[in-house]
Ligand binder design. Structure first.
Ligand SMILES: Nc1ncnc2c1ncn2[C@@H]1O[C@H](COP(=O)(O)OP(=O)(O)OP(=O)(O)O)[C@@H](O)[C@H]1O
Ligand SMILES: [Mg+2]
Length: 442
């Protein structure tokens, strides 16, 4: 494989080119983007490894030229300083294969080159097929055709290729856990561990030992040496859920792991090297927490390298029918089930503060109560009435309908299903009551 190394810092350029050549790659180097383009016009390369910031045509310009060119393009790997990560993410969106953050060891570049080599050895058809399989797998995992969910999938696919820290934000039940696991499963670390740490479940004084482990006798009750979650995640991915719950005084140690890839067990002095990808999640507005001093802002910026914001369900209700299909199949697990024709309409009237998890729970209860037959009457009582401004057009009727539906349901339930009795308690003629039941498919 032929590799072109582009960097305006001579020492780095020579060192990387040397290392790559010693590993068996045919390597040529260029001192800036301009020189690289001249070379590319004459010689064909499989991969270009380029710095982003260079004086004479920077890495971004070079990338654009390469991707505009005809024929088979070389893959492009961007080298970036921490401060230019947003540019590097932009570069991936423009078609760069990947980026690595400085300081890196030249071995990391070799690993990427080997992956590209494998990819190039597959025929274009096989490669295309593989990419399609991966994407359709993703579509079957993270459901939704709304533009918001398409964007989530696009970022998941992009971030799975990279190894930088990811921050997931979104309300409860929007799919943060699912996205974290999916990124891991699509990444190069997929065969190593995925370790979830629920930071909110540990009392403040135990979080440090949970994350980093402790030495024997390091505190009262520590009668054994214990590995922490970072030990368990070696080679794989650690998922820090509710990361904002790590107390301020313990955040510094996490910052150090990210920056130096080193930690010590509580009560021990031996530094341990980690090779772990970090994915963090929060329901809070972490930037605001950082600004008001409840979260370290340096840690915030280290976590917020690659970011995905999961949309609340009420903002992409177009995905609800597909989600219902998916979740019902999951719940039924092979058992037969049916969905009443008005069920979706009934679900669309709700605001879903608990998002996809609330939808899952609602369907699960209805499935159990209805023995697999999901009908609006089984769904309606589970749903909180909509607390909305009633002045908007259409809202008044929605609220009225919903209230009527609830009253009918409650009366019927109290009367143990006896319609005449239920009608009587509501002060309604039986025929009117029956009509209304029909209207609401109860
Ligand atoms: N787009 C989606 N497609 C399919 N399933 C989804 C989707 N979003 C969420 N889910 C499912 O909804 C449930 C809740 O999602 P998840 O646990 O990932 O939410 P969360 O954001 O981590 O919530 P919390 O903040 O409360 O921990 C899970 O069972 C998950 O599989
Ligand atoms: Mg979660």
């Amino acid at each position: 494989m032929k590799v072109l190394v582009v960097d305006d810092e001579e020492i780095k350029r020579i060192s990387l080119a040397d290392d790559l050549a010693n590993t068996g790659f045919e390597t040529v180097s260029a001192a800036d983007g301009r020189e690289a383009l001249d070379l590319l016009a004459r010689v064909s390369f499989d991969v270009v490894v380029t710095d982003i910031r260079m004086s004479n045509m920077d890495g971004m310009e070079l990338l654009k030229h390469i991707k505009r060119g005809k024929g088979l393009h070389p893959e492009v790997i961007m080298m970036t300083a921490y401060g230019s990560i947003p540019l590097a993410v932009e570069a991936m969106k423009l078609g760069a294969y990947n980026f690595i953050t400085k300081p890196f060891s030249n071995d990391e570049v070799v690993t990427l080159l080997e992956r590209i080599k494998e990819k190039r050895q597959r025929t274009p058809e096989a490669e295309k097929k593989r990419a399609t399989v991966d994407l359709s797998k993703l579509e079957q995992t993270l459901i939704g055709h709304s533009s918001a969910m398409q964007e989530v999938r696009r970022l998941v696919e992009l971030y799975a290729r990279n190894d930088a820290t990811v921050l997931l934000t979104g309300q409860t039940g929007t799919g943060k856990d699912l996205v974290a696991k999916t990124i891991h499963d699509l990444s190069n670390r997929r065969s190593a561990a995925f370790v979830k740490v629920n930071c909110s479940t540990f009392p403040d004084h135990l979080i440090e030992s949970a994350l980093f482990g402790h030495a024997k006798g390091s505190f009262t009750g520590a009668d054994q040496k214990r590995d922490g979650k970072f030990d368990l995640a070696q080679g794989g991915t650690i998922y820090l859920d509710d990361v904002d719950d790590i107390p301020l005084e313990h955040q510094i140690k996490l910052l150090r792991v990210i920056e130096e890839k080193i930690f010590e067990r509580v009560g021990a002095a031996v530094p341990i090297h980690v090779n772990v990808r970090i994915i963090a999640a929060t329901k809070k507005r972490l930037l605001a927490e950082a600004q008001n001093g409840t979260f370290r802002s340096d840690l915030y910026y280290r976590l917020n390298v690659l970011r995905i914001s999961l949309p609340p369900l009420h903002t992409h209700l177009v995905d609800l029918p597909a989600l219902v299909d998916h979740l019902l199949a999951r719940i039924a697990h092979g058992r037969p089930y049916s969905l009443h024709k008005d069920a979706i309409q009934c679900l669309l009237c709700h605001t879903w503060p608990g998002n996809v998890r609330e939808l899952l729970n609602t369907l699960e209860r209805a499935f159990l109560l209805g023995n697999g037959r999901i009908t609006p009457d089984l769904l309606a009582p589970e749903l909180e009435p909509i607390h909305e401004d009633l002045t908007g057009s259409g809202r008044f009727n929605t609220a009225l309908n919903r209230t009527e539906q609830e009253l009918l349901y409650k009366a019927l339930k109290q009367a143990n299903g006896n319609k005449s009795e239920a009608a009587r308690t509501l002060g309604m003629k039986l025929s009117t009551f029956r009509d209304k039941l029909k209207k609401h498919s109860l």
